[in-house]
Structure formats: C-alpha cells, structure tokens
Design a protein around this ligand. Structure first.
Ligand SMILES: *Cc1c(COP(=O)(O)O)cnc(C)c1O
Length: 505
C-alpha cells in the first residue's frame, strides 16, 4: 500500500517551524500514492494550534464512536414499509458495505484509512484559535476558543466525511454517486472528494439556493459535478412536488427523496448523505479528537462547548470526544447546541420515528423532528433548514448529556459582524448561531465575573454567502418566526407506529 507522506515522513520535530510561520514548505513525495490524482500531503501544518499555542499536534488516526460508551444504546432505524429494524442488506442499494458496517458499529474507535489521512493532511490539523480580540471587544473575562474548519478546500467541515465516503465507495468499485445539497456546502465537498478519486457526482440542489447561490453551483461544476435544481422533473418524487406547486422553492427533504430515488433505482449508483447518519457523525469526530489534543497542549479545559446544529454533524464532531471525557469523569463541560428559531427541531420538535426525507423513502429514524414534510422559512443558514436532527444527537439529548437553545437570525448576524470585525473571519450563516450563543455566554461571564473557557465550533466561512450579509448590512434582514400551525400540520403527518409499541406521540 502506498504510504502517505504524512505518516511516512521522517521529519524530525525540529523541522516543524514554531511561531508565526504557518506552513512548512513543500516536500517531494518519495512514494506517490498512484490512486490519488492529487499529490496531497505536500504541506505540513506546522503550528496547528495557531495563536492558542505553538505545540504541533498530529492528525488523529482514528474516528471515535460515541455509541460504544453509551450504556443506553440508541433505538434502531426501521424499514419504511415493514417497520422492522433495518438490516444491512436493506441499505446496500444506497451505501458501500464498509459505511453500512460503520453505521451499525459498536466499536469504540475506527481506524482512518491512510489514503484518507493523506487527503486530510491538505487542511488538517485545523487551527484552534483563541478569540482574544473578540474577548476584548466584549470586555469579558471568559476565554473564547474556536476550532476553525473553514480551511478545507470546500470551506467547511463537510470534506471530513465526503473524503472517506467517496474513498470507501471507490474501494468497492463504485463509479457514480448522487446526493442532495441545501446551501451547497455538502454538494461542493462531495464534488471535491469525487474529483480526487475519479467518481462521477450528481447533485440535487434545493431550488431556492440553486437560484440564490450561483457560485456554489459553479464550484461543484468546477470540480466536475452535474447539478440539478430540486424539485426536478428527473425523478418521480420531484415531479410529484412540482405538480402540487410548480414554483416550489424545494427543501432538503425533497432533494434527499430525489437523490435516494435515483440511487435506489440505478444499480450503478450509490447515495451519499452529508449529515444525520451515524457514519457521518463518526467521521466528523476527527475535529474533536484533534481539539482535545490541542487543548491539552495549551493546558486548557473547556467549561462549555457550543456548536450550531442542522443535522448535527459538526456539533457531534467537536463535542462527542469531549462527551467521552465527560462520561469518564475527567472533565465536566456544558454542551450546548444552537439552532435557528425558524427550524427548531431540538427545542420545539417531537422525539419520534419519522422519515429522513419528504417522500418517505428513507428508513424511519427516531429523532427530534418537525415532521418530514415541514418546509422551513428560507432563512439564510440553509444548512440548518432540515426538519430532523441526527438520531444519535437526539438520543444524547434525551439522555441529558447536552442542552439546546434557538436563536433568531438577526441576532446571529449581529454576532457575525462583531466576529468578522474582531477576528477577521467572515463566518458562514450556520456558525453565526454558535457565535451568537458564544457571545451571550461571554457577556454572561462579564456579569458574573467568571473566566469560563468557551469552546466554539466554527464550521465554515461565508465567502459564498455574502448576499445574506448584504441583506443584514442594509437593514433588510427579518426574523422569520417559528410557524406553530405549520409544524402542527406536519407533525400530524408523521407515521404512527403504535403496533410495535413504539408509539409516536
Ligand atoms: C452543512 C453545514 C452545517 C449544518 O450541518 P451539520 O450536520 O449540523 O453540521 C453547518 N454549518 C456549515 C458551514 C455547513 O456547511
């Protein structure tokens, strides 16, 4: 097996540059991995901890599976027709075997394949940054740290799972994959991963963002993907929606139905999902594992960990390894998810079996849901407009290991502007929720005089979301309230499973 430079390099620690220097030149690969088009791994992140400290850390070699450490296991997913627990073979039209295995795994750690580590080394370890200037602006005694995933090629945490998903597909000889995308971040990440491993990629992009975000679409096309607006006339699910509403703005739930339908009816095509599922959350734990080492390196322990939740993957990625440490009694941080008031699945949804998509083709998952046909108002944080929450996060929430709050978008953008003008990075609309919650906490510390350590998931930059900033800066952004009646109606349509004793109430 070809060795990755990251793992095979005989760089002595002294070759790491300490201090201001961020990158340590480019090394020639002695053994070039032949199956990678890109000669990745030519850059070594020297001071991964950036201005939080200067000790370099390595990319973790294993993902962490929180399920292994839970004494109460999460309820199984159910077949959408029989309501029986899903069997591995039910999933094989959609996913390669290795990902199906990971989906059901109870192993505590799973090795990251060397080729995946090699690609990760293009942008990992990602920086952990102390937000000193934001602290000063807020005049808070709190110490604020953020783990920044916007340094990936696609600009968010999503390549952390796109790369292994495509690698496992490539290993099984799969040539075509399909997916959905909301804001375009996931479609970009998958298109990027497919370009590395030579797979064809087709993306159904939610109509509203297809029209509003031409640059994300162009990024996907630049990486070689084919992009369709959803709902489309290419699928049964899309045609059904268009018949009811020809000008439908689409939703993630509808786009998932379209992509799943294509994969389920085409033997040569598999499906990829960018959030929600266990294996996606698993891959994202590279963030938290890395962050634990970085915080150890600078002698800090988080008192509170904050992240935004759409399907829950960036939040789980950062927080699950810390929850392990919490379960082990080593630390005791508060873990706080932040969602938009316009799509509040954790804070206003019900914990029930529901479909992952609008047409009801996916397995039934027990999760916090607003109803599978709930179409949230078009807030700017497109990645947070999903009707459900990852079943594993929902379970952890029910167990009481974490809490959740909802924040309206104008408050989020107010925080984003403060962040951009003090820390420099322009955040994606999704992590503005984490930023607003962090600012709330930091201001609370100012009141109480506590110097808490706040750790925040900064999951992406907003370079392709500037129309949202335009709206905010012009004073034209409004808060879209939670539509109580709309949710009541969609909750009435979630499946009733009383017969299995799994009553949805
Ligand atoms: C997709 C996305 C999200 C929402 O997805 P999660 O699975 O909840 O992380 C949040 N932020 C960014 C930048 C995204 O691209």
């Amino acid at each position: 097996m070809a060795q990755s430079l990251f793992l095979s390099t005989n760089l002595s620690p002294s070759r790491y540059i300490q201090g201001e220097e961020q990158w340590l030149g480019c090394f020639a690969l002695k053994t070039k991995p032949s199956h990678l088009k890109l000669s990745s791994g030519c850059r070594i992140r020297a001071n991964a901890v950036c201005n939080a400290g200067f000790k370099p850390v390595e990319i973790p070699r294993q993902w962490y599976n929180l399920i292994a450490d839970l004494s109460v296991k999460p309820p199984p997913s159910l077949h959408p027709k029989t309501f029986e627990p899903v069997k591995p073979e039910d999933l094989s039209p959609l996913f390669p075997d290795e990902l199906i295995k990971q989906e059901a795994s109870t192993d505590q750690f799973i090795d990251i394949p060397e080729e995946v580590l090699n690609v990760y080394s293009l942008w990992r370890p990602t920086p952990l940054i102390r937000a000193k200037r934001l602290e000063k602006l807020l005049d808070t005694p709190a110490r604020i740290y953020y783990k920044y995933e916007g340094v990936s090629p696609a600009g968010s945490h999503k390549p952390n799972t796109a790369v292994p998903q495509i690698w496992y597909n490539a290993q099984q000889g799969v040539k075509n994959v399909v997916t959905e995308t909301g804001a375009g971040q996931w479609g970009c990440s998958l298109a990027f991963a497919c370009s590395l491993f030579g797979l064809n990629c087709e993306v159904w992009q939610v109509r509203a963002s297809y029209d509003q975000k031409p640059y994300r679409k162009l990024m996907m096309q630049t990486w070689g993907a084919k992009v369709h607006p959803s709902p489309s006339t290419l699928t049964e699910a899309g045609r059904k929606i268009l018949l009811l509403d020809p000008s439908s703005p689409g939703s993630l739930g509808i786009a998932i139905s379209e992509a799943v339908e294509v994969a389920a009816t085409d033997a040569d095509t598999k499906y990829c999902l960018g959030s929600v599922l266990n294996h996606v959350l698993l891959h994202q734990t590279v963030i938290g594992e890395e962050c634990i080492k970085q915080m150890e390196a600078i002698g800090e322990t988080p008192d509170i960990i904050i992240g935004c939740t759409g399907g829950g993957s960036n939040f789980a990625g950062l927080s699950f390894p810390f929850i392990r440490e919490k379960l082990n009694g080593k630390i005791n941080p508060l873990i706080r998810a932040v969602e938009p008031t316009a799509c509040p699945s954790l804070t206003k949804g019900v914990y029930a079996y529901d479909y992952g998509d609008t047409a009801g083709m996916t397995p039934l998952m027990k999760m916090h849901t607003l109803g599978h046909d709930f179409i949230p108002d078009p807030i700017h944080a497109g990645g947070l407009r999903y009707h459900g929450m990852a079943p594993l996060i929902s379970h952890v929430y029910e167990l009481g290991y974490m809490e959740a709050i909802a924040i309206p978008q104008t408050e989020c953008f107010q925080g984003a502007i403060q962040f951009a003008r003090s820390e420099g990075i322009i955040p994606a609309p999704e992590p503005t929720h984490a930023i607003a919650a962090t600012i709330k906490e930091a201001l609370h510390c100012r009141e109480t005089g506590e110097s808490k350590v706040i750790l925040m998931a900064m999951c992406g930059h907003g370079h392709f979301d500037l129309p949202a900033y335009d709206k905010y800066l012009q004073g034209a952004m409004v808060d879209l309230s939670f539509a109580e009646e709309k949710v009541k109606a969609s909750l009435a349509r979630i499946p009733q499973l009383v017969s299995r004793g799994e009553a949805n109430v």
